[in-house]
Design a protein around this ligand. Sequence first.
Ligand code: PDD
Length: 282
Amino acid sequence: MSRIVYVNGEFLSEENAKISVFDRGFLFADGIYEVTTILEGRLIENAPHLARLARSAKELNIELPLPIEKIEEAMRLLLEKNNVQEGALYLQVTRGPADRDFAFPKEAKPSLVMFTQKKNLINNKSVVNGISVRSVPDIRWARRDIKTTQLLAASLAKQSALDAGADDAWLVEDGFVTEGSSNNAYIFTKEGVLVTRQLGNEILHGITRSAILKLVKQGNIKLEERPFTLQEAHSAQEAFVSSATTFIWSVVKIDGNIIGSGEPGPVAKKLRRIYIDEVLAR
Ligand code: PDD
């Protein structure tokens, strides 16, 4: 059965969901996006995702085509029409179609596209086995805090990791890990400190990261928000990543070095469990 896709106010079968070849999303990657988790048929943490969408739009001077409440309404309708219990809802806003010109068009109408993806998020083999990562230079642009659709550097990083037999890439800049190709990165040191990079333009301000750090602060785990090196990661007790679609996945190998016991560790496992329980209880 084909999915129902949302395109600029219409709910269409995916075969009929089309966007102009002149859309600036297509020509310039002039667009922003969000990925909201679906669990038990509900959108998880959608309010902060929409707040980040609004911020991304503001930073790029893109006018959202609908007020946030109307976007949220459309998301709920789309979810209902596709009857997804577990997976993700992808939403993209571009500056819209206009004749090709580097300057912003004066009268383009922003495009809004959304679709759902069914995925096994809870019972996933990466939860049981953990993942291996390969470090690659972070060659992305300087405003990674904006969730833009220009994902080629991240895609190249991920593919080079896969080609080298790993599951994902950790991006490294000036000797420090910034984040994963599509997730935030953490280590839990031998001294019992959870370390993750501080917010700034160098990383995406993950919605999952924010919720996890709240749980960490409520618990008895010491936290340092600062850059860390690969060497520090190699000697950590645990390492893990977070994102809307992984929640938390343990990283058990970095560039061939086994981290801790080589299996998902207790801190990552506990945080993952508490996080999922907490978002479902809301
Ligand atoms: N990626 N860092 C990067 C570079 C990301 O692309 C993502 C999310 C995150 C985690 O953010 P959040 O917790 O808000 O999902 C961090 C999404 C899932 C994606 O591109 O598919």
